[in-house]
Ligand binder design. Structure first.
Ligand code: NAX
Ligand code: ADP
Ligand code: K
Length: 486
């Protein structure tokens, strides 16, 4: 089962369904216990708990209550806790009582030399940026990598919108985020702001949540299991032949990268159509490359667009491809053409995957992606009745029914020219092998991101370096599946 992320509303619904557990404070006790356990783990890793120092920043709601109860539990382990109360009159009363009873002290500002700072300003009830008093406390902290305290966010880093993942300015940048029962949308949409996310079981049931409240994330094992590999009765045709249309004789780069990625991602066969046919074959001799579409031969899916140009010939070719009943991926120049000719996909029944970056997305919709990327990608997929993969550090793949798969690349090394051409080739290969556009897009994004991180190992890369690591990235996700038996 993919990892589920939910809206704040859906989280609240699940909490309320827990009935007495919510009313009698059991859920909050479990939540704060999870926060304390996380802090204890961190302190133990760095020398133990006794005599260490933890600072709290406490807001007016239950998020602050979690922090106060967690501190009371930490005090029982000999941790010394101090708290800045942002709204002293409205701090969680029972939490504050427990905090004081455990020896915790309320202070006007956080002292230097803290080991951990707990962000209990706001959780899923938060709106907008950190207000000035909270912002000043966090601005004064020395970052953890410069010897300052580790920042542990309770539920979500304050200033990050739990539903859209919008990182307001200012917002808390957490090293660790501890959340309860189920991950919130922001934990994927704003992954880099959350640091390491730790999920604490508090005994709520979220299985009945609606799809519109949900964002899914495939596990590596799921990506590995769905990756197409040849079986005993397969031949080069039976695994799905992908056709790539990209680049030009003048600009062969996109053609070489996209077709090379298609070759690398799956077995079977890659065909290529375009004026860069000779360049493609010189780099990837296994590609069956021709100049004209009429000579292409049969394929099971097309990947069309990178560097193909936007002239009348390109438009005519895109129209022919989209008029087939084959799965088609459209990227780059193909998307620019589609933005002006949406009728080309309006009546398409066959699987269709559009892979825009933010600029191409704006061309397609006439509006910027905005701060709600999830809502935006869902809207385009629904309105155009196609699957849309929105690129970036967090890739989102929405199908027309509203199901969305997200992928945090984990690093940003793939933000390099030509990396999108590689993604096109990988996803095109998976489409030809029979994966749905959504799974093809999400699985390709995962392997693409791993390949980028593998290639980089701390230094900038080009798209060709990323391409060279795709095979090992596939090996990574397939590790442990008993693949040698196939
Ligand atoms: N309901 C429950 O049983 C549970 C709740 N839990 C905790 O409760 C949290 C939700 O608590 P609440 O609904 O009280 O909401 P929060 O504590 O997240 O925030 C609401 C409060 O913050 C104020 N506020 C909103 N935006 C602000 C901003 N930008 N700057 C400063 N103050 C702002 C609001 O006026 C309100 O007083 C969860 O995130 C979680 O930490 C957990 O204990 C799990 C169980
Ligand atoms: N900040 C980032 N972090 C991680 N991956 C990124 C980031 N920005 C872009 N990418 C990925 O790199 C690729 C870039 O594709 P694209 O924008 O089409 O570039 P190009 O057209 O030059 O190939 C996509 O797979 C995208 O998801
Ligand atoms: K918080």
């Amino acid at each position: 089962m993919p990892i589920r992320h939910l809206t704040a509303d859906a989280v609240r619904t699940a909490e309320h369904a827990a009935g007495d557990l919510l009313a009698n404070g059991t859920l909050m006790r479990r939540a704060s216990g999870g926060v304390a356990a996380t802090v204890i783990e961190e302190l133990r890793r760095t020398g133990g708990c006794y005599g260490r120092h933890v600072g709290l920043v406490v807001g007016a709601g239950d998020n602050g209550g979690d922090a106060l109860y967690a501190a009371a539990a930490l005090a029982r382990r000999g941790v010394r806790c101090v708290a800045v109360l942002l709204a002293p009159q409205r701090a969680h009363p029972a939490g504050l009582t427990a905090f004081r009873a455990s020896g915790g002290r309320v202070v006007a500002e956080l002292p230097a030399g803290l080991d951990v700072v707990l962000d209990g300003v706001v959780g899923i009830g938060g709106r907008g940026p950190l207000r000035p008093a909270a912002a000043a406390v966090f601005a004064a902290l020395v970052p953890a990598d410069q010897g300052g305290p580790i920042v542990v966010a309770v539920d979500v880093p304050s200033g990050v919108d739990a539903d859209t993942g919008q990182v307001h300015d200012p917002a808390v940048r957490a090293d660790i985020t501890v959340t309860f029962g189920v991950r919130r949308l922001a934990h994927l949409l704003a992954g880099p702001q959350c640091g390491r996310v730790r999920l604490v079981d508090i005994g709520i049931d979220t299985s009945g949540a609606d799809e519109v409240d949900t964002l899914w994330e495939l596990t590596d094992a799921e990506v590995g299991r769905m990756w197409p590999v040849p079986g005993p009765s397969d031949d080069k045709y039976s695994q799905g032949v992908v056709g790539v249309i990209a680049g030009s004789a003048r600009y062969p780069g996109a053609a070489i990268l996209a077709s090379g990625a298609a070759v690398t991602a799956t077995s079977g066969m890659t065909r290529f159509v375009g004026s860069a046919a000779a360049d493609v074959v010189s780099h990837h001799p296994e590609v069956v490359a021709v100049a004209r579409y009429a000579d292409a031969g049969r394929v099971q899916a097309w990947a069309v667009g990178p560097g193909m140009g936007t002239d009348d010939d390109a438009l005519a070719l895109l129209g022919e491809i989209l008029a087939t009943d084959l799965p088609v991926l459209v990227d780059a120049d193909g998307l620019t053409l589609l933005a002006a000719h949406p009728e080309l996909v309006a009546d398409r029944a066959a699987p269709t995957l559009l892979t825009p970056h933010a600029g191409e997305f704006a061309r397609l919709t006439g509006a910027d992606v905005g701060s709600d990327r999830l809502g935006a990608v869902r809207g385009l997929a629904r309105d155009w009745r196609v699957t849309v993969l929105l690129k970036g550090r967090i890739t989102l793949v929405a199908d027309p029914t509203g199901t969305v798969l997200g992928n945090d690349a984990g690093s940003s090394w793939a933000a390099t020219a030509g990396a999108g051409d590689v993604l096109t080739g990988i996803a095109g290969g998976l489409l030809a092998a029979g994966l749905s556009p959504q799974l093809a897009g999400a699985a390709a994004a995962r392997v693409h991101a791993r390949a980028a991180a593998r290639a980089a190992r701390g230094a900038p890369i080009g798209a060709a370096d990323l391409l060279a690591e795709v095979r090992d990235a596939v090996r990574d996700v397939r590790a442990g599946l008993g693949q040698w038996s196939r």
